[in-house]
Write a protein that binds this ligand. Structure first.
Ligand code: R5P
Length: 293
């Protein structure tokens, strides 16, 4: 009968304080349902609004990529520095301890190899498995301008529909064919198509000219892939420029795990992404941490 006791309404009900209704911190995501927002908040740090995704899914079409031959030895020690791990269910189940509290972005398309036409992908993971694995987003490769463009777009829209049913966001991963121009015009086209069709966030590449126009006209967050290995200082410059021009983070693989010192590199990338560290200072941090190893 506690509710009937006393006259403490003014104190315990705070009748003079309206309940706060906070907007969601992530670009274009305020209308999503609670579960989607909660999962995205485990990928993107709500304080900085950004993410460092460690991408180690390359094996799904190219086998044991340099640096990923032994994920147990080379990658697990890096996981603590990442906000999110992007990988396949095979590696997740066989190597990553289930006790991890890191968010998982699961690669859910596949079916091709580097020996064949890469755009000919299908959905390769059932939604039930994504739910069982407690993933925070599903990654789908989209080949705008590729031979199987329509099929890859349909893979994406299908996963968006199914994921929406269960509150799991879809990351559209724009893949650029070898013979396509990697310019702002292409990335504006590719990222905007993915966003218009409902992708919750999009992986693109950084380009020197006009990257800010790509992020400006994409209504949801863009994260950049690192691409082929370049020098550590250049990779940090690229990450810095991308962040300053509106990227919501990085989805970086080779420039971390193929670095001379991956643990130092991912920490330097974090400084750039979450603390706006200038590339020169981040490179100094990289060298310092590398010397301590
Ligand atoms: C392609 O294999 C995957 O989507 C990678 O996760 C993506 O390309 C990011 O890796 P990297 O930084 O090595 O390009």
């Amino acid at each position: 009968m506690a509710d009937l006791d006393g006259a403490k309404e003014a104190k315990s009900f705070y009748t003079d304080i309206p309940q706060k209704t906070e907007g969601f911190f992530l670009k274009g995501s305020d209308s999503l349902d609670w579960g989607m927002k909660n999962r995205l908040s485990r990928i993107f740090n709500p304080e900085s609004g950004r993410t460092v995704m460690l991408a180690v899914d390359h094996g799904y079409f190219q086998g044991p990529t340099t640096g990923l031959e032994r994920i147990d030895i080379n990658i697990l020690p890096l996981v603590k520095y990442a906000d999110t791990l992007m990988l396949t269910r095979g590696i997740l189940r066989s190597i990553v301890p289930a006790s991890t509290t890191k968010s998982i972005v699961l690669r859910v398309t596949g079916g091709t190899s580097i020996l064949k036409e890469l755009s000919n992908e299908e959905i390769a993971v059932d939604i039930e498995d994504s739910i069982r694995l407690n993933v925070c987003a599903m990654a789908v490769q989209v080949f705008i301008g590729g031979e199987y463009e329509k099929q890859s777009i349909t893979n994406m829209t299908r996963m968006i529909d199914i994921g929406t049913r269960y509150g799991i966001p879809t990351l559209a991963v724009t893949a650029v064919g070898k013979d396509m121009a990697r310019d702002a015009r292409y990335f504006r086209l590719a990222t905007r198509i993915c966003a218009e069709l409902g992708a919750h966030y999009i992986k693109s590449y950084y380009i020197e000219d006009g990257f800010d126009t790509v992020t400006a006209c994409c209504p949801v967050p863009i994260v950049i892939a690192g691409g082929k290995k370049i020098s550590e200082s250049d990779a940090l410059k690229m990450a810095y420029n991308a962040i300053q021009q509106g990227a919501g983070g990085v989805d970086m693989g080779r420039n971390i795990f193929q670095s001379e010192c991956p643990a130092a590199m991912i920490q330097a990338v974090r400084a750039v992404v979450h603390h706006n560290e200038k590339p020169e200072k981040a490179f100094d941090l990289y060298k310092t941490l590398k010397n301590q190893q």
